[in-house]
Ligand binder design. Structure first.
Ligand code: 5GP
Length: 129
């Protein structure tokens, strides 16, 4: 069982920003930038292109809605998107408020307090539709 499935099942905490029957979005615990969000299918699949085309399109649709909310909540030049999965083998889309190229490289990290995570998650969630 992946760490993300444990979050989905409520066995581990997360700073949740959006959820429906098939997807959940929560803040990355070790963010590249403020507002770095992960969009995750509830169905545990390792690799994104092992999803069916319908599942893939639904994931992109949900990610689009989260990105729109993120753009409103976190001022930035643009929302960058990345899919890797080398650390957590459960499909997830990284949505990263980006100003400089280094924001999209997974070497530059920002530290946030619990209060900052909570406030960010609330702000993104309140803009999600
Ligand atoms: P990837 O698998 O795409 O290389 O990266 C996995 C991402 O998941 C990393 O950005 C990492 O910070 C994040 N991550 C790993 N474990 C947890 C966790 O328990 N909670 C949250 N919210 N994010 C996590």
């Amino acid at each position: 069982m992946s760490i993300f499935t444990k979050i989905i099942n409520g066995d581990l905490p997360s700073y949740k920003v959006a959820e429906d029957d098939n997807f959940i979005a929560f803040l990355d615990i070790n963010p590249n930038a403020k507002g770095h969000t992960l969009v995750v299918p509830k169905k545990e699949e390792n690799k994104i292109f092992d999803l069916s085309k319908e599942e893939y399109i639904s994931l992109m649709d949900f990610s689009y809605r989260v990105a729109k909310a993120l753009e409103k909540a976190v001022p930035c030049n643009r929302i960058g998107m990345s899919v890797i999965g080398l650390e957590v083998p459960h499909v997830h889309v990284h949505l990263i408020p980006t100003n400089i190229m280094a924001d999209m490289q997974f070497t530059k990290k920002v530290e946030l307090t619990n209060q900052e995570f909570v406030a960010l998650a609330e702000s993104i969630a309140s803009n999600f539709s």
